[in-house]
Ligand binder design. Structure first.
Ligand code: PMP
Length: 431
């Protein structure tokens, strides 16, 4: 393991302290912790016991409001969009386009700049293939970072292979943030795209996105932000961030799988060729020549994920009803409580910055993260163990995998408590 140990054991809490965890946890006064557990039917085990779900960074549980909206969309409201001449289809088209407006407004964007995709992965692939293939030439450079999810690495590698562009990797600071000082020194006029995670799915580190945008724009490059982990936990305003593309997935935002959002500046989207062809994305088709619809329809070939869009709209309503800032404050309290409690466990290393947005990765010396995950599962605590689709980051940390606890609006201090009790059990089992 390399020198990325950011939270060392607190001697006063080591050994036996876990039993007294409730007392060891600090008062969370000053910040109103949320209590939305009852909104989420998934948070019980098959036996009806509480399920301590700490894998929200992989996918969030769904509130009743979202499940009900999806059921209605597939039930009494169901019809196709954009093509039907009957009233039900017109109503569904309105719902689908309302969802687009909400998905855009949620990050401060315009609906004509907002494309529905299958998820963040597809959004990045769309930009890489459509914008990338058209604009990148041999010798052009793409700037990524050491902490990117594979979704923000592999699409660029595929495009680099086809265009002759070269990928550079911005390093991390000692506490797991993208090192923008070093990145600034690496950027050149050959860089055409800078593509970075707004929040790391492994470390919870938050990018200074505005500075990244300024650095990219100073050399004439564009900035794409992977907002998968940011959108559920930070208030995002793309105008303030000054990015050029922003992607997110509904399923990490308490919405359904299979739908996500690509926001792009109108001028960029307008100049981009279609990525996939089919119905709904055309203006006029003849065998001699086909012309395409303007964005966003140009990038939505085929029948879209209609119920998914309705579910995403319900998720956005749910989250805005609570307030992203309140969710962020709540998760921050839980992360701090977990950091303090984990610091009391011998031989446990927490990776990443103190100011983590809802995500904690850790390792327990001598225990494989999969074993941690399995033993925690026996106590109804669900964490993720593995490389988190960020193998270059694992290489940097010098570990094959980490254990990761990630928090959501529904988590409580009981979940932190269950996590720490579970880790105590892991330690006892492994001696
Ligand atoms: N980027 C980040 C930072 C992520 O956390 C994830 C999901 N783990 C993705 C991209 C990919 O998102 P999706 O699988 O929803 O396309």
């Amino acid at each position: 393991m390399s020198d990325h140990m950011l939270t060392s054991a607190h001697p006063e809490l080591v050994e036996g302290s876990v039993k007294g965890l409730r007392q060891a946890l600090p008062e969370r006064d000053g910040v109103q912790l949320l209590n939305h557990r009852a909104d989420f039917p998934g948070l019980v085990t098959a036996n009806g016991d509480p399920w301590h779900y700490l894998d929200t960074a992989a996918t969030a549980q769904k509130p009743h409001a979202v499940i009900d909206a999806i059921a209605r969309a597939y039930g009494r409201d169901y019809a196709t969009v954009h093509r039907g001449v009957y009233a039900r289809s017109a109503d569904m088209t309105r719902a689908y386009e309302d969802a687009r407006r909400k998905a855009a407004a949620f990050i401060g964007g315009r609906e004509d700049e907002t494309v529905f995709t299958r998820g963040a992965t597809e959004g990045i692939n769309l930009v890489a293939h459509s914008w990338g293939i058209t604009n990148l030439k041999p010798g052009d450079r793409i700037m990524l970072s050491q902490l990117e999810h594979h979704s923000n690495i592999v699409p660029w590698q595929l495009v680099a292979e086809r265009t002759g562009a070269v990928i550079d990797v911005a390093p991390l600071t000692y506490d797991g943030q993208i090192d923008l000082d070093v990145m600034a020194a690496m950027l050149t006029a050959r860089h055409k795209m800078v593509a970075l995670a707004h929040v790391s799915n492994v470390l919870g580190s938050v990018l200074d996105a505005r500075r990244a945008a300024d650095l990219a724009h100073n050399v004439g490059a564009l900035l794409l932000l992977d907002g998968c982990q940011a959108v559920p936990r930070l208030a995002v305003d793309i105008a303030a961030l000054d990015c050029d593309f922003y992607v997110y997935s509904a399923h990490k935002l308490y919405g359904p799988t299979g739908i996500g959002v690509l926001w792009g500046r109108a001028g960029l989207l307008d100049a981009m060729p279609p990525w996939q062809g089919g119905g709904a994305m055309i203006d006029r088709v003849t065998f001699a020549r086909t012309t395409y619809a303007p964005p966003p329809q140009r990038f939505e070939a085929g029948t879209p994920h209609i119920a998914g869009a309705v579910g995403l709209a319900a998720a956005i309503d749910y989250v805005t009803g609570i307030g992203v800032e309140a969710i962020h404050a709540h998760e921050t309290e839980l992360v701090e409580a977990a950091q303090e409690a984990l610091a009391g466990i011998n031989a446990l290393t927490v990776f990443g910055p103190r100011a983590s947005a809802g995500i904690l990765s850790f390792a327990l010396e001598g225990v494989h993260p999969h074993d941690i995950g399995t033993i925690l599962d026996e106590g109804n605590v669900a964490i993720r163990a593995g490389h988190h689709c960020a193998q270059p980051l694992m290489d940097h940390l010098g570990v094959p995998a980490t254990a990761r606890a990630s928090f959501g609006v529904y988590n409580t201090l009981d979940d932190v408590d269950a996590l720490v009790r579970g880790l105590d059990r892991v330690r006892r089992i492994f001696g």
